[in-house]
Write a protein of this length. Sequence first.
Length: 100
Amino acid sequence: MSFKKEPYLRYKIIDECISKMHYPGIPEFVFACEKKLGRTFSESTLLKDIRAMRYDEQLQFYAPINFSNSHQGYYYEDKEYRINKVNLSEEEIESLKTMV
């Protein structure tokens, strides 16, 4: 699977914001991306990134990102979820054990 570098970096920043901040919104994502990547981003770019993190079949993150109307921000439905966390099937785990 091939990732373009900048979008992937934004995904990691969004993931970090959601996991460390209390209900961050699009402005917080924009600020964090601009600060870490040194260029400006539109709110629509970050909204598209969130959509990709949720649904893009090539990325296969299937991030359980939800929006809280009462807090006006985003959160993970599964509080343990992280995009870099590797989820292996039982078959894959057994294959790795056999290889070791």
